[in-house]
Design a protein around this ligand. Structure first.
Ligand code: GLC
Length: 727
């Protein structure tokens, strides 16, 4: 057969036409079918073109199970069968959950978000892509863009937090990091914006649970990061397990076609999440697999992940007239488009000889350490930090994470080899030349004894990687059993406690906030995490991370997030500082405010904000203004500050959040240095879904803040005017 579609001179749409003209219905359905671990499937089925893709993983537990990686050695072999022994030679596209690094595990995505460093997040994705591509992976199921406001939900760790703007900026960065400017680049892989959509809104923080949100919340909170990913050219999108207001995403035509394609112009392909087509039956909108298949394919779901429903029923549904072939043709076009775009037809095989040089190369490891440093958040410091190596102060290092290795890499690190992780205990000699300056204790009783001879205790605590990620919700944010008890026992010695929290999700650190001398929230920081933590603890660099999620005082406050509505009885006139002060408080047993707000983080210096100014206090609907502020480092240590710009629409055709992040800039200032920081804010940056469901900016008054977090900053006002209305 003359494979005319192999002519690279032709444009991709023409190549798709030529190929599809030769495809049988069975081969088309094959392209829409993704299996798991195809190297375990009969070669005859690969030869028959029954599969278009394989993922390598083990379902929900992929995040926490270290795969044996055997798939790597067989990818070229199964690809050779597909390319050289099938009728049309259509290459398979291999997918893998390369969520925050492949072999060089970087900090969790939530930790990366805490860096507020768009460039470093992009670089982390590029490093992960380089490593994954080197072994033959074409496609990663990330970035996860689910807005999450509930830390009980274990998957909060996989995303970029609670704010649509921050998440959107990092979505663009991640997509560009994985895909580059040209997907044909052998160091790039196709990305996947997931889970479309609103999975993070699962009620009760219970994974896979019902999401019951209104259309404006969907459009103004949950959709924006996906729109950003589509604008950045993301190659694929994954439909989410959950329903939204009665419609499971995998069968939601409004989501998968009307919004994603008709409104946003997405032209890649949509893959379901694991078994999600078949799960339409459990959701109760399909009586059997045939109906599930029809609902999914007509909604715009192009590729069925793992359950085999398309493989078993789609051809028959087309032949008996239940499903129009046009849906199949559209799906196959989308899939082939991506395969052509990534150059799969020209380069179906991996040159794995490169991998030895690329996996865990020194540049990747060094950048992982840099990003880990940038992501850790200093939540409290009464002066106990930085530590003083070489001084006469004696330190105790203790706690359950002191010797943790695999746990440092967090969930969704299926290809990690924890031999490459240096534990906190192993890293200590690199920071303390005099080994007599510190003692280490793994057991609590020993730690309590040793503490008596030390000037301060550094307690490495937190949670295991297996306690967050998929299917890992918790009913409580309290520290894992035993840790609080140990802290209270240690506190009896009245020596400063410096808590280093290695965790995925935000934990309840309210006791630490009250009793510890310092808290460094280190997240699950990746292969170089312990060293990065010690870089900060020992003052080699000042911490500069900022919270991408709100930290509650108590689990009972959830959901709690900064960009909430004002309500008719706002809590703001109940100053938490005055116990029992009269006011419209909410709880009678806890303060209403969060323990630490979105955007919060300390450094080893102090920053002062002054001279907030706007070049215009009135702008037309097509206009913009420039806001400026002077930021000064008033302390004696060089440090980075994340300058944040928030607005509030004081009155809209529907209620509006009390604050919305609309810009941020990360700057580094030497002691005594000050800098003018400016933001350009367009009226079009203020769009939202109005009363009549159109997305636009409405004229009216706005407040504007520029400051260090979502609860403070210098404040001013401006107005958006509708020039047309004044005539
Ligand atoms: C899982 C997850 C999804 C992942 C996919 C493939 O169940 O929900 O995020 O990418 O299946 O492993």
């Amino acid at each position: 057969m003359d494979k005319t579609w192999m002519n690279t001179e032709l444009d991709i749409e023409k190549r798709i036409d030529l190929l599809m003209a030769e495809m049988t219905l069975s081969e088309k359905v094959g392209q829409m079918t993704q299996v798991v671990s195809i190297h375990k499937k009969p070669e005859s089925e690969i030869r028959a073109g029954r599969f278009g893709s394989s993922l390598f993983g083990s379902g929900a537990w992929t995040g926490n199970i270290d795969d044996d990686g055997s798939y790597v050695h067989s990818m070229n072999e199964v690809q050779r069968i597909a390319v050289e022994e099938s009728r049309l030679g259509i290459p398979l596209i291999f997918g893998r959950d390369v969520i925050h690094g492949f072999k060089t595990i970087a900090p969790l995505p939530l930790a990366q978000a805490a860096s507020w460093d768009v460039k470093k997040v992009e670089t982390a994705a590029a490093d992960a892509a380089r490593e994954a591509a080197a072994v033959g992976i074409h496609w990663t199921f990330t970035p996860m863009l689910d807005i999450a406001r509930d830390p009980r939900w274990g998957r909060i760790v996989e995303g970029f937090g609670e704010d649509p703007y921050l998440c959107g900026e990092l979505a663009r960065a991640a997509v560009h990091g994985y895909q580059g400017d040209d997907l044909v680049n052998p160091e790039k892989i196709a990305a996947c914006a997931k889970h479309f959509c609103a999975y993070g809104g699962s009620e009760g923080g219970r994974d896979y649970n019902t999401v019951d949100i209104g259309p404006r919340s969907l459009r103004d909170t949950y959709l924006p990061p996906f729109r950003a990913a589509v604008e950045a050219g993301v190659a694929t999108v994954m439909s989410s397990f959950n329903e939204i207001d009665g419609i499971p995403s995998t069968a939601n035509r409004e989501l998968l076609t009307e919004i994603l394609r008709d409104e946003w112009g997405f032209d890649g392909f949509v893959v379901s999440d694991w078994n999600a087509v078949q799960e339409l039956i459990r959701h109760g909108i399909a009586e059997d697999e045939r109906q599930a298949v029809r609902l999914a394919v007509e909604a715009g779901l192009d590729m069925c992940m793992v359950c085999g429903c398309y493989d078993r029923h789609l051809a028959e549904l087309v032949e008996d007239g239940s499903v129009d072939i046009a849906y199949v043709d559209s799906a196959v076009r989308n899939i082939l488009r991506v395969k052509f775009r990534i150059g799969l037809f020209e380069r179906p095989y991996a040159d794995q000889s490169l991998s030895a040089k690329i996996l865990l190369c020194s540049e990747h490891v060094a950048r992982s350490r840099e990003l880990a440093r940038e992501s850790m958040v200093l939540l409290k410091n009464d002066g106990a930090l930085p530590l003083a190596p070489g001084s006469d102060r004696k330190y105790l290092f203790c706690g359950p994470m002191l010797y943790a290795r695999r746990e440092m890499c967090g969930t969704w690190a299926p290809d990690v080899e924890d031999i490459y992780v240096t534990t906190f205990a192993e890293a200590l000699p690199e920071f303390f030349e005099d080994k007599n300056q510190y003692r280490m204790a793994s057991l609590n009783d020993e730690a309590l004894m040793q503490a008596r001879y030390c000037d301060a205790a550094v307690v490495c605590l937190g949670e295991s990687n297996t306690r967050s990620g998929e299917a890992m919700s918790t009913v409580s944010l309290e520290l894992p059993p035993g840790q609080q008890q140990f802290l209270e026992a240690l506190n009896r010695w009245k020596i400063p406690i410096i808590a280093v929290v290695f965790a995925g999700r935000p934990l309840d650190v309210s006791w630490l906030e009250e009793h510890a001398a310092a808290i460094l929230y280190a997240w699950h920081p990746g292969v170089e995490g312990p060293r990065a933590a010690l870089d900060l603890l020992c003052g080699k660099q000042s911490p500069c991370g900022r919270l991408p999620v709100t930290f509650p005082r108590h689990t009972g406050q959830i959901p709690i997030y900064y960009n909430h509505k004002n309500t008719g009885r706002p809590v703001e006139n109940h100053p938490d500082g005055e116990k029992g002060a009269p006011g419209l408080q909410r709880y009678n047993d806890e303060f209403d405010s969060p323990l630490f707000p979105f955007g919060f983080g300390l450094t080893y210096t102090s920053f002062e904000y002054s001279d907030l100014s706007l070049d215009h206090t009135e702008i037309p609907l097509d206009g913009s203004l420039t806001a400026g502020v002077t930021v000064a480092n008033s302390g004696n240590i060089e440090a980075k500050e994340v300058v944040q710009l928030y607005v509030r629409d004081l009155a809209g055709s529907v209620t509006r959040p009390i604050r919305e992040l609309k810009g941020f800039k990360k700057i580094e200032l030497k002691p005594g240095e000050s800098r003018r920081v400016t933001f350009d804010l367009k009226a079009s940056d203020l769009v939202f879904t109005t009363l009549d469901m159109t997305r636009r900016t409405e004229p009216g008054a706005f407040k504007l803040w520029i400051g260090p977090d979502s609860q403070s900053g210098l404040e001013t006002q401006f107005t958006v005017v509708d020039a047309g209305s004044s005539q």
